[in-house]
Write a protein that binds this ligand. Structure first.
Ligand SMILES: [Zn+2]
Ligand SMILES: [Zn+2]
Length: 184
């Protein structure tokens, strides 16, 4: 099994301190992950803005580019994300895909450590979806659904042992398949 190369892509603005912290922390919870930060901020597509000045998460997601050599890209943005009919979303991901995006807009706390920890949980949660993980019913597991910030604060940042085992199996499967493809 090879490492999963994850690119953190700032969108619209950048909080390099947060990005650097995420890049260090992610592999502590997903040891098969290796994380890099995109050197250039991606722009916000104007087609994604709504009359309420939120941004359509699925449009932003579809604009994310996965550079060669990477297995996943996770967009990190400060703008508020939405998918109608919901009022907002903390983040979204392609299930069994390669792209995910999270927003820090609703995670901000005076204490930046709390903000960072929440962002880490959202990234881990969305990466789980890209590996096919569904929402976990264990409220302590980072794969459980967050409807509110108190849900986010209650869970994780770790995966429960069942979810972690699933993630590991999925990544093993995916990395072995891509190895086969590149050899033929
Ligand atoms: Zn989810
Ligand atoms: Zn779980």
């Amino acid at each position: 099994m090879r490492t999963m190369r994850v690119l953190l892509q700032p969108i619209g603005d950048s909080n390099w301190q947060l990005m650097a912290w995420l890049a260090v922390k992610l592999p502590q919870y997903l040891p098969f992950v290796e994380c890099q930060i995109a050197p250039k901020v991606a722009s916000l597509p104007l087609s994604a803005i709504t009359p309420k000045r939120q941004w359509l998460a699925n449009v932003l997601l579809s604009h994310l580019v996965i550079p060669s050599g990477f297995d996943r890209v996770v967009g990190v943005t400060h703008v508020d994300l939405v998918i109608p009919p919901f009022n907002f979303v903390f983040g979204i991901a392609e299930i069994n895909g390669k792209r995910a995006i999270i927003s820090t807009a609703r995670l901000i706390e005076h204490n930046s450590e709390i903000t960072e920890l929440r962002a880490l949980k959202e990234v881990l949660h969305e990466l789980g979806h890209t590996l096919g993980l569904a929402h976990c019913l264990n409220p302590k597991c980072v794969a459980s659904f967050s409807n509110t910030l108190s849900d986010t604060d209650r869970k994780g940042p770790g995966f429960c042992s069942d979810c972690y085992q699933r993630l590991l199996n999925r990544w093993r499967e995916e990395s072995e398949n891509t190895e086969k493809i590149s050899r033929t």
